[in-house]
Write a protein that binds this ligand. Structure first.
Ligand code: DGT
Ligand code: CA
Ligand code: CA
Ligand code: ZN
Length: 585
């Protein structure tokens, strides 16, 4: 079964591979696929039912792209894409994520040095070969080397950024759910725990007909290479080289299986020990009574196995949300003093980092962006288009004032929601911010973030962040490090100094829900939470389709043990506004 999301994923793979083939992300063909993807995502119709004529009629979709979509829906593959995949295998594509290795340089590296993967690239750097190529020198060689190290790239144990793995897992789960033989499906492993990089995807299916489920998986069009083809387990590699393990279990053992395969291993070990301490045995089939040591393993009475909740309860524990299952104190907490009252998606009352087409990179109108926020049930919303310093995307003071009037007008149609005229301020090289202080003070709300100068020292980076935090017109710090997971290392910071400053000036730290960012990262969130720093969870939406990121921000905050009460956008309107206005000069 091919879905709209499969079509969009196919187009996005075409973008990546064609930019390599053309030696440029700006080529006409690449732009055409990109534009078509955006247009069709915004379109909202079921893309698998559209005719060639209907596809071409969509503004931004050309004939060549439209016929590839038809080919994909009808045959499950696209010839052009298959050719590109052969030319650029996954371990080579991984190289394109490294900053400083654009498509053009990459093709040179391949033709001149014969480099096909990260391991070979590291070798060439060690032998100082990279610097000999035209356009590269010792400085860029050193920069590339540092990026490889900081991104944690390694040829053999290649990990996939969550932004690439999650959409695929969701599509596979949706597909498996559609089988009548399926009772329940869940993706488990590091993905369910919401790790930022994924080794492989683990999917658990509850069904009494494993043969049917396995036969269905084997023929799925994501399968590029079968690794395991068993009666209850299938493992395959996707064209992007990501491994997927699909396991079928009996419905009455689904809870035990998802608990086991969600892990982490460290969490499982602690749970098993707790079971043993209580005369029980925990494995992937269930929690069993083991008090009679003489008894055959198969005869042991099952205490719980149907749901995870029943198993935790039988272990005399609170239910542990998957993002916390890392073996870092959650088992003792859930067994004793209690877990924190963790922030949940349902607690969120507003989004406070939110763009419209006033920003150069915004893609939906003020009216539409406000409309979807109102439909999401928010009590308050800060529109934070880019300040003037972000040259192409920003607005002048004059434009911002017009924008304020426009927002005030739109607000009249939404009397139940407090609509704020805000700004995403750009933190400059040395901590400077957009406009002058008097003008900045006019905004109802601000988020200040880093968008450039990623290569300064840790001291310089920390200093400029602290300078921004100390500015009385700043309410919050957006996407703290500016990283793109697995693609661009973020700035390096001294977290002790940073957290001290956030506390001193009562500035909130954003957890940005964009899947490529998830920034501040969960380990930084946990440090901040330990010290009582206020948090704010935002989507940084640039289009009406991006509000779902709030869930990803919440999961990241949960991984950082964030309690509801530290998250300012769970507060009711008055409490939130009082805090937001509290710093005004
Ligand atoms: P990944 O795939 O490297 O991102 O990380 P995980 O956590 O998804 O690890 P994976 O796929 O090897 O295994 C999935 C889960 O299965 C893991 O989180 C816990 C469980 N598991 C796997 N191997 C063991 C083991 O040797 N002992 C225990 N207790 N649990 C295991
Ligand atoms: Ca896994
Ligand atoms: Ca696995
Ligand atoms: Zn933004």
């Amino acid at each position: 079964m091919t879905t709209s999301r499969d079509v969009l994923a196919m187009l996005s793979e075409l973008v990546t591979l064609t930019s390599l083939a053309e030696g440029s992300p700006q080529s006409f063909k690449v732009r055409a696929y990109e534009k078509a993807g955006l247009a069709l995502e915004a379109d909202g119709r079921d893309l698998t039912t559209l005719t060639l004529k209907e596809l071409v009629a969509v503004d931004g979709v050309g004939k060549a792209t439209a016929s590839k979509i038809i080919e994909f829906v009808e045959t499950g593959s696209v010839e052009k894409l298959d050719t590109l995949r052969k030319e650029f295998p996954p371990e080579f594509v991984e190289l394109s994520r490294i900053p400083g290795l654009g498509p053009k340089t990459l093709m040179l590296v391949r033709s001149e040095l014969g480099i096909e993967n990260v391991d070979q690239l590291k070798e060439a750097i060690a032998e100082e070969k990279l610097r000999t190529l035209p356009g590269l020198g010792a400085t860029s060689e050193a920069k590339i080397s540092k990026s490889i190290e900081r991104l944690g790239l390694s040829g053999k144990d290649r990990r996939t950024p969550i932004a690439d793995a999650l959409p695929l897992a969701e599509r596979l789960v949706e597909d498996l759910q559609s089988l009548p033989e399926t009772v329940e499906v869940e993706f488990c492993g590091s993905l369910r725990r919401f790790s930022e990089t994924i080794g492989d995807i683990d999917i658990t299916v509850a069904s009494d007909h494993p043969d049917v489920v396995m036969a269905h998986v084997v023929q799925h069009n994501e399968v590029a290479d079968l690794v395991v083809n068993g009666a209850t387990k299938t493992s395959f590699l996707t064209a992007a080289g990501l491994q997927v393990d699909v396991r079928v279990v009996a419905p009455e053992q689904f809870g035990a299986a998802t608990l086991y395969f969600t892990g982490s291993k460290a969490h499982n070990i602690e749970l098993r020990q707790r079971a043993i301490d209580r005369g029980m045995l925990l494995n992937e089939y269930g929690l069993m009574d083991a008090s009679d040591e003489e008894m055959d393993a198969a005869d042991r009475p099952v205490v719980a196995s149907r749901t995870e909740a029943e198993i935790y309860a039988a272990l005399d524990m609170e239910f542990v949300p998957p993002p916390m299952r890392e073996g870092t104190g959650e088992v003792p907490a859930a067994s004793g003093d209690g877990l924190p009252e963790l922030v949940q998606r349902s607690h969120i009352k507003g989004d406070l980092h939110y763009h419209t087409d006033r920003s150069g990179d915004g893609r939906s109108s003020v009216e539409d962006m406000v409309d979807v926020a109102a439909k999401a049930g928010y009590d308050y919303l800060a529109i934070t288009d880019h300040g003037v310093d972000l040259a192409i995307n920003g607005s002048t003071a004059e434009e911002m004032l017009e924008h304020r009037d426009h927002i005030a007008e739109v607000a009249q149609a939404h009397p139940d929601m407090t609509l704020m005229w805000g700004c995403e301020l750009n933190i400059g090289k040395s901590g400077g911010l957009d406009y002058d202080a008097d003008f900045r003070a006019l905004f109802d709300y601000t988020v200040a973030s880093v968008h450039s100068h990623y290569d300064q020292t840790i001291v310089e980076q920390t200093d400029r962040l602290v300078a921004a935090i100390a500015d009385p017109t700043v309410n919050s710090i957006g996407h703290l490090t500016g990283r793109y997971i697995g693609r661009r290392p973020g700035i390096e910071l001294d977290y002790t100094v940073l957290i001290d400053a956030l506390l001193e000036y009562d500035v909130a730290l954003e957890v940005n829900g964009a899947l490529q960012r998830l920034d501040a990262a969960s380990d930084v969130v946990r440090k901040a939470v330990d010290r009582g720093v206020k948090l704010v969870i935002n989507t940084d939406s640039h289009h009406v389709s991006e509000l779902g990121r709030m869930e990803y921000g919440v999961l990241t905050a949960q991984r950082g043990w964030a309690p509801k009460d530290l998250v300012v956008n769970t507060w009711d309107r008055n409490r939130f506004l009082e805090w937001a206005n509290g710093r005004k000069p």
